[in-house]
Design a protein around this ligand. Sequence first.
Ligand SMILES: Nc1ncnc2c1ncn2[C@@H]1O[C@H](COP(=O)(O)OP(=O)(O)OP(=O)(O)O)[C@@H](O)[C@H]1O
Ligand SMILES: [Mg+2]
Length: 250
Amino acid sequence: MHVISIYNSKGGVGKTTTAHSLAFGLAAEGRRVLLVDLDHQANLSGWCKQPANVPTLDEVTRGEPLSSLIQEVADGVDIVPASDRLLSAESAVGAEMVPQRWLARHFKTLRSDRWDYIIIDCPPSMGALSIAALAACQWVLVPVELNALSLAGVGQAAERIEQIADINEGVQLLGVLPVRQDLRKVVAREVLEQLKEGFGEDEIFSGIRTGVRLEECPSFGISIYEYAAGSPVAEDYKRLVQEVIHRVEA
Ligand SMILES: Nc1ncnc2c1ncn2[C@@H]1O[C@H](COP(=O)(O)OP(=O)(O)OP(=O)(O)O)[C@@H](O)[C@H]1O
Ligand SMILES: [Mg+2]
């Protein structure tokens, strides 16, 4: 089971979009995926058509087994949904003896042969839940917009990965994913160059272009491959899926 956190403490950089599109793309390639929505905004859960009254991840802090919260979304895709109740769960997790280990501990209770991938959609913060995600995964994928302000965010993410390696030795950067990539812009090309210099060319994924179809499809509760098959952004995410399989399953 390969565990990937989609992480960047900056908001609105395409974490949820990437979690959903990666999960459905991997499922199309025959992989079984468990999505974990760790964000109290529950955008991913909404996209996966989870009703408001469904039991969510916060139940784990009240003693429910993680496995009892898993909902089937589609062929090959399951989810542990979130809700705004996760806000209170965050303080419960923070009060634990070893809060960083909270999610890893619960992942251990799952049958490891049931999924090929667990994909965690992190909230845009550096709270207890994000730290627990970084401590529970082998891989961290960092979506980023190609502008000057975003460089600090990626640097911070890299630092967090280094820090968490103290308790989660195997964790590593899966790659930086440029989103809303428009290489006609000088600043985008410059920032991309800096990322390649800083992290190495191999650590930068090919990138996702801007596409309004991506903004539209969550409200229909379907993936980009179903909503706009053949669109540039669907093609970009398909290529990301291949790049991820190549790196993770090598
Ligand atoms: N490549 C893209 N082209 C156009 N719009 C995009 C693209 N990627 C994401 N978006 C849109 O940008 C907005 C933010 O994306 P998303 O919700 O995935 O970011 P996020 O990092 O999960 O945000 P948050 O930090 O609030 O959880 C959404 O409206 C989404 O549809
Ligand atoms: Mg999100």
